[in-house]
Design a protein around this ligand. Structure first.
Ligand SMILES: Nc1nc2c(ncn2[C@@H]2O[C@H](COP(=O)(O)OP(=O)(O)OP(=O)(O)O)[C@@H](O)[C@H]2O)c(=O)[nH]1
Ligand SMILES: O=C([O-])CC(=O)C(=O)O
Ligand SMILES: [Mn+2]
Length: 612
């Protein structure tokens, strides 16, 4: 067999063997090991410009930044095509797609055969979390997409330094294999012309948790193709966490400093496109409060020597929803992207080489190139940008990043928020009574679906822990793991857990609560609760704020709307009960009894409430 031209390589024998085995099968023109240098990045970006994937933005608008338009069919995560291939079907559980690992491989391996012909196969060594962590979590992504290389460089710590450490320690690592599934040689041997966004109608995002392997085929979109993110740091890592006694969660991490100088780190789990990045970058509207960002999407938590839960953000960049991000809603994000070094995908381009999307400014630009590459004007009845269009930006550009982001030990968490998009039923904020009740709230979390995944938008579904699409194993076992974490801990040291809903609507469909920076008023109440400064009132669903304890000074929202946003409505909750019951029925006898008990308690309290 002919040697494939290779740049770079490794002394890690097992890794070297795997890369060679894959190369022989996918048959690229050449193999390039990614070293992470600036020169290499420039080369990759130039290649992407030549291929028509990237358009360089104007240096005076967004320095060193690029605009990309995907294939219109490749714009979001494909949950239908996402699989957890554990050996036992039971370990994937009722919420995941499953196939026997050998059967899945028999199906996919032939798809990968020759799939990189005419292309370069890149090998990206990376680490999720800190290289200086006690037990660094390594990965290697093989990909035929230069767009993935450019994006992974922003989203994860990658390159030669990581590979050297892997070599020195003969490290175990997660094997990520990714191909867009668009070889440049046809079956009859004819050359195929490349397109700016190669992908395949057939898509598979497959996890083999027991083998620490991920196979991703057919898509170039972020959540499907940047394998360090959802695939590794949530799906595979949640399995590692179960086995090793820690937690891999879909949570932002925020550092809050009160006017009194108290520091609290707060984590928050919201389903995709439900407000994590925005809350992580919050600019508080109430005087004297300071917020700094630690993480905006993923949190790895473990107990520290003092018995508290410590959280680390394993990522290196932000992959944020563009629409809705503007100077009035998220000024911190705007300042972050203005520094450049970013990739913008499926947003609109301005004639002067900048980007725009719905919600960036109140006034719409007179003319744009929309996300289909067509001329767009404000008269157009189409959105200029795809609802799941994204900015991909280095995290160290965030002006108010907390210094603790760099600390491999992480930050001690005082509170965890769960939230979703609910037009009705769920009040602005509720506090859980204890960890078991918190686990119940989290396990029954619900939200209206968004554009972050393909499929219908706006449908209420249960999204336990905001992890429905990201749990790498059986959800019943996942709930049990949460309960176990609670049992393991000193209850006084566990974070307080809150349920929030920024998205409740009035009869006309308008938001009752203004959200964004004003969410700091809810954060303040949480801190007051943590510090024991205010009481709360008992209700069947948990502890509710006394109305006077939510600081509304200077808030431009009517008292009536605030009251409605905060309201607990027993009738709405009675209507919720059968939905929760249906959800729990999915798990049958595997559902931890403690959650069954919590549901029974809720039913009983609601009945008493309605009778009273
Ligand atoms: N009304 C309202 N909308 C919000 C609020 N926070 C965020 N949004 C909007 O919700 C959408 C998604 O917000 P993000 O912060 O990007 O959501 P995310 O959870 O980080 O999403 P992923 O990155 O997909 O996981 C954006 O269009 C925001 O403008 C809020 O407090 N109120
Ligand atoms: O993974 C992605 O594609 C984007 C994201 O953060 C999510 O969907 O939660
Ligand atoms: Mn986000």
């Amino acid at each position: 067999m002919q040697e494939i031209k290779t740049t770079g390589g490794t002394t890690h024998k097992e890794l070297d063997a795997w890369v060679k085995e894959v190369a022989a099968h996918v048959r690229p023109d050449e193999v390039v090991w990614i070293d992470g240098s600036d020169e290499e990045n420039e080369r990759i970006n130039n290649l992407l410009v030549e291929a028509g994937t990237f358009t360089k933005l104007a240096e005076d608008k967004k320095p060193n930044s690029y605009h990309a338009l995907s294939d219109p069919q490749d714009v979001a995560r494909v949950e239908d095509q996402t699989y957890i291939c554990s050996t036992e079907e039971k370990d994937a559980g009722p919420t995941n797609n499953w196939m026997d690992p050998e059967q899945m491989k028999a199906k996919l391996w032939p798809l990968f055969e020759g799939s990189m012909q005419g292309r370069t196969m890149y090998v990206i060594p990376f680490v999720m979390g800190h290289l200086e962590a006690e037990d660094p979590k390594f990965g290697v992504e093989i990909t035929d997409s230069a767009y993935v290389v450019a994006s992974m460089r922003i989203m994860a710590r990658i390159g030669r330094k990581i590979l050297s450490r892997m070599e020195e320690t003969d490290a175990v690592y997660v094997k990520g294999l990714h191909s867009v599934g668009a070889p440049l040689v046809a079956e009859d041997g004819q050359d195929v012309r490349d397109v700016p966004w190669p992908c395949n109608e057939t898509k598979y995002i497959v996890h083999f948790p027991e083998e620490l392997a991920i196979w991703s085929y057919g898509s170039g979109y972020g959540g499907n193709a940047l394998l360090g993110k959802k695939c590794y740091a949530l799906r595979i890592a949640s399995v590692m966490a179960r086995d090793e006694g820690w937690m891999a969660e879909h949570m932002l991490i925020l550092k809050l400093t009160s006017p009194e100088g108290e520091v609290h780190y707060i984590a928050g789990a919201f389903p995709s496109a439900c407000g994590k990045t925005n809350l992580a970058m919050i600019e508080p509207t109430i005087p004297g409060w300071k917020a700094e960002l630690v993480g905006d999407d993923i949190s790895w938590m473990r107990f520290g020597p003092d018995g508290r839960l410590y959280a680390v953000n394993p990522e290196f960049g932000l992959f944020g929803v563009a629409p809705g991000t503007g100077r009035d809603t998220n000024p911190v994000a705007i300042e972050t992207i203005e520094q450049g070094n970013s990739i913008f995908t499926n947003v609109a381009r301005t004639p002067d080489g900048d980007v725009w999307w719905e919600g960036m400014t109140q006034e719409k630009p007179a003319e744009l190139i929309d996300w289909h590459g067509q001329k767009w004007t404000p008269d157009s009845d189409q959105l200029s940008s795809h609802p799941n269009s994204r900015f991909c930006t280095p995290i160290n550009q965030v002006p108010n990043i907390a210094a603790e982001y760099e600390d491999p030990r992480g930050v001690p968490i005082s509170a965890i928020m769960f939230g979703g998009r609910r037009k009705t039923t769920v009040p602005l904020v509720t506090e859980s009574r204890d960890w078991q009740h918190a686990t119940f709230i989290a396990s029954t979390l619900s939200s209206e679906t968004t554009a972050a995944a393909t499929g219908a938008v706006g449908v209420v579904r249960r999204d336990p822990m905001a992890m429905l699409p990201f749990m790498g194993y059986n959800a019943s076992d996942y709930f049990a793991h949460w309960l176990q974490i609670g049992k393991q801990a000193d209850a006084a040291k566990l974070p307080k857990v809150f349920l929030v809903n920024w998205f409740r609507r009035d009869e006309d469909g308008g938001f009752l609560w203004p959200g964004f920076g004003e969410n700091s008023r809810v954060l303040k109440w949480m801190v007051d609760r943590i510090e024991g400064r205010v009481d709360a009132q008992e209700s069947p669903i948990g502890l509710l704020p006394m109305p006077q304890d939510i600081d509304t000074d200077g808030l431009d929202t009517s008292t009536e709307d605030v009251t409605k946003a905060l309201a607990f409505d027993p009738e709405e909750w009675r209507a919720e009960l059968p939905l929760i019951r249906d959800w729990f029925d999915k798990f049958g006898a595997d559902l931890p009894g403690a959650l069954e008990d919590e549901l029974a308690t809720l039913e009983q309290r609601l009945t008493e409430e309605v009778q009273a």
